[in-house]
Design a binder for this molecule. Sequence first.
Ligand code: AMP
Ligand code: ZN
Length: 464
Amino acid sequence: MKIYNSLTKKIEEFIPNEKGNVKMYTCGPTVYHYAHIGNLRTYIFEDILEKGLEYLGYNVKRVMNVTDVGHMTSDSDDGEDKMQKGAERENKTVYEIADFYENAFFNDCNKLNIKKPLIVERATNHIDTYIEMIKKLLNDGYAYQSNGNVYFDVSKAKNYYQLSGKNPEELYVGVRETVEEDKNKKNPYDFGLWFTVSKFSNQEMKWESPWGIGYPGWHIECSGIAYKYLGEYLDIHCGGVDNIFPHHTNEIAQSEAFLGHKWCNYWIHGEHLNDERGKMSKSNGEFLTVKLLEEKGYDPLAYRFFCLNSHYRNQLVFSFEALESSQNTYRKLKNRIRKLDRSPNLHDHKIDYYKDKFKGAIENDLNTSSMITIIYDILKDTELTDFSKLYLISDFDKVLSLNLTEEQNSIDSDTEQMILNKIEERMEAKKNKEYDVADKIRDELLEKGIRLIDTKEKTIYEIL
Ligand code: AMP
Ligand code: ZN
């Protein structure tokens, strides 16, 4: 498999440390609010990567953290504590907020057919591991104590700037512009491993440590959980591109200082989902959640389909028009598949040809839009029996996870209600002799893949 490695900035042949086995770590959500659909684009990409590797025959051990402590609004050590902010917003405890939004996150994942990683661990369950690592970093001279806190000294790290590809001056400009400087640090990118002098007097989450009662920094949790569950060597580490600096840069610095050798070979990053203002975020513009898409009548899997039509390394601009059009295409595709004859009649002819093509798309830096084009090629292929088509599509759907071969009609109860309301509206328009209004309703539904048929008694509909 060829995949783009952010560390070397090249497309490389993927070779895991242990033949056939892949150790994969993915940064999880910060559970202080609902995930927006931009966050979920990253999880869809990671899900496809994991399933793609499995399709190629690898055995993937994937670990993900759930951030419930230590993540500041600035991604470095400044700004407000995201969890604390969530608790204040809803007048709940931080623990209640974490439980609620972790649940909400996995519900969203479920709706998007994102498989839960084998190991999912809350950051607050591994304080002992972080303390053990921080002790060693202090002993080995990679960390220092200042005014009660413990910081990692980035000047001691090898290749600190390799992943971000930026030089210290460029980063310094970024730091100065966006972040209020912490005077306890020796240099501006040093980052907190353990805080005891919290500026949040109401900080709920605190633990005993050799340096006093306090809480861990955000970056150490991923290094700690990865080390605990995947050992000293990682094959793949993923996240969104915004995680490259400072989060992943700092993870590399502290993990490699702790382990004394190179830690992870392939860093794979998904590009952002943007809206018309730029990167989608919770604080900027409309807060788009899976729940909101559903309320507006969209199938979450139409959003998955929308994401898979673009490459994970390209920015993707979201609009409701684009989602609408994706949903129509997705429904039409599913309904074409639904009409295939399911009686068993498998011909081996061309099965391997298509399987190889599909593997080729995975191996080509995870080319999801090619994977979807292959589905259309199969549907058009007159040399394949319907049953062979269904066999291939359901095999490929192990990776795509779009419920492509579901037998029943693909519409949900909300859509059905919408169609019935439209039929009612159209009857009303006809009664009032507003034939252009009636025709417009019929045409709009047809555009969505729903054909109205007027019978003697009533109007029925057919999904195309
Ligand atoms: P957070 O819950 O803020 O820690 O973010 C969870 C994941 O979403 C991280 O891997 C981020 O890189 C990713 N992410 C944040 N914003 C976007 C976006 N607009 N598009 C794609 N991924 C994003
Ligand atoms: Zn992380």
